[in-house]
Design a protein around this ligand. Structure first.
Ligand code: FAD
Length: 456
């Protein structure tokens, strides 16, 4: 027996699902949102930890993310820039520390020239292939069947140049080792941000944050839906549809059973298989979904009584391809007199760290921050590790991507509806791929498609 009958059931109250619900309600459609967690926001999440406000998930906004920027303006929300005065720090493969300004690591003339060449090659590919249908490009198969490691090796004999470029796409974005994803996947990531040069420019890609935290965008979206639209603590366990029909499904969650004409599944692809589909999804989806997996990164937050690095003329920004934390940034909150650093431990290093006892992990990570910014980094007043890999309703971070060869093989089918079921998630986006901006685009566009079908 159904508890609710609606036009559209949205599964997932992350930015994609909430934007879909907002768009559908603005068209006068009846909508319910079923969310597994006890909160909205999905991979965006803010918490007060030991008196410090921390953004545990997605937080940064870049100037190309016009869907997100437009929504922020519409919702009357403010942004603030990341602190960036002073010198950055580069740790080379031997651990030698350099302070520098400008956009290029002080890696030596030859390595810098090689880096510029690789950046230009990636920019050219990103411009030529674009983010919308990378699988349809004549070179798609060629680029999707070599690993990014191999592609880099073919570009340059300079190992330091390869490592320095690699971190921006591997540890820094897809959060998988460069040998685990294809060159085409790397090009998609670059193209989705408007070019590879944007990814190596932290002043661009990590430009601003939302005052009050990125999760508050989802909270504001949820608040503006018709009261009662969002059902929390309601993981969807089963979706039954009438075979072959493009309308009609029954969704069974832990709290409510919903009959809907259409379904928008706004959850990351690695979680589709947590739902039992009746009848089962076709072979294509069952295969494809096994090739979409989450990356892994630990986001580390360390709060200090003062932003001590600023007094030393440092911005807080640091990079080191061979370091435990490959990236570190000043992540001080809006209006806070304390200083916050954020560091990232990615893929194989994250495996290694997560196997250790928490105190040992904390010690090693803080030592890594200290190699960039000084001994003061060893003694934060608040320390916290975001561990989305242990979260049942995410299982990794930041997002899911295809395993080697999967993008050209299945990409063209990833958004094809199955009967009444449509798909929307940042991990399927073109612009804003794997980011909040892409999630919002996916939510809006999928809702527009569904609304169009329901009115025709
Ligand atoms: P999600 O946010 O994952 O939302 C999906 C929702 O579906 C979740 O709430 C989940 O609980 C729910 N769900 C799953 N299964 C079910 C089920 N069976 N039934 C009901 N509900 C279900 N992006 C940026 O733009 N900038 C950043 O700086 C940035 N940094 C990040 C840092 C971290 C640590 C992480 C984890 C992510 C980061 N991201 C960043 C990525 C960004 O957060 C995601 O791209 C975005 O949240 C995706 O939105 P979504 O709605 O597509 O999916």
């Amino acid at each position: 027996d159904a508890d609710l009958t609606v036009d559209v059931a949205v599964v997932g109250a992350g930015p994609a699902g909430l934007m879909a619900a907002r768009t559908l309600q603005s068209r006068g459609l009846d909508v319910v949102v079923l969310e597994a967690r006890d909160r909205v926001g999905g991979r965006t999440w803010s918490r007060e930890i030991d008196g410090a406000f921390l953004e545990i998930g997605g937080q940064w906004v870049s100037p190309d993310q016009t869907e997100l920027l437009g929504l922020l303006e519409e919702l009357g929300m403010q942004t603030f820039p990341r602190y960036r005065e002073g010198a950055s720090v580069y740790l080379d493969a031997e651990g030698t520390r350099y302070e520098y300004t400008g956009d290029m690591f002080p890696a030596g003339e030859q390595t810098e020239a090689e880096m510029r060449r690789i950046i230009a090659a990636l920019d050219d590919l990103a411009a030529e292939i674009g983010p919308h249908q990378p699988w349809a490009h004549p070179r798609a198969r060629e680029l999707d069947t070599i690993t990014f490691t191999e592609w880099l090796r073919a570009q340059s004999d300079d190992a330091a140049a390869r490592e320095n470029i690699g971190i921006f796409l591997a540890g820094g974005m897809l959060t998988k080792p460069a040998h685990a994803f294809s060159a085409l996947q790397a090009v998609l990531m670059a193209a989705s941000a408007g070019g590879f040069s944007h990814l190596v420019d932290e002043d661009f890609i990590l430009d601003r944050r939302v005052v009050g935290g990125m999760q508050s965008v989802s909270e504001a979206l949820a608040d503006r839906l018709i009261p009662g639209t969002v059902h929390l603590d309601s993981p969807v366990r089963r979706i039954t549809r009438s075979a072959g029909d493009s309308e009609g499904a029954v969704l069974v969650s832990d709290t409510v059973t919903v009959v809907a004409r259409k379904v928008i599944l706004a959850v990351p692809p690695n979680l589709y298989s947590r739902i039992s589909f009746d009848p089962p999804l076709p072979w294509l989806q069952q295969q494809m979904h096994q090739h979409q997996s989450m990356g892994l990164v630990i986001k580390v937050h360390a709060v200090y009584e003062t932003p001590f690095w600023r007094e030393k003329g440092l911005s807080g920004t640091g990079f080191g391809a061979a370091e435990l934390c490959q990236e570190v940034y000043d992540n001080t909150n809006y209006g806070d007199t304390r200083g916050t650093l954020v560091g990232f431990v990615s893929d194989e290093s994250a495996d290694e760290m997560l196997r250790l006892a928490p105190e040992e992990r904390r010690r090693l990570i803080l030592e890594s921050l200290a190699r960039y910014l000084g001994e003061e980094a060893l003694s934060p007043s608040v320390y916290f590790e975001s561990d989305f890999a242990s979260e049942e309703w995410t299982r990794g971070a930041y997002a899911s991507s295809y395993s080697l060869g999967g993008l050209h093989r299945y990409g063209a089918d990833q958004s094809t509806p199955v009967g009444p079921i449509h798909w929307a998630c940042s991990d399927l986006a073109a612009e804003g791929y794997q980011h909040v901006d892409g999630a919002l685009r996916q939510g809006r566009e999928t809702a527009e498609t569904v609304a169009g079908l329901l009115s025709s």
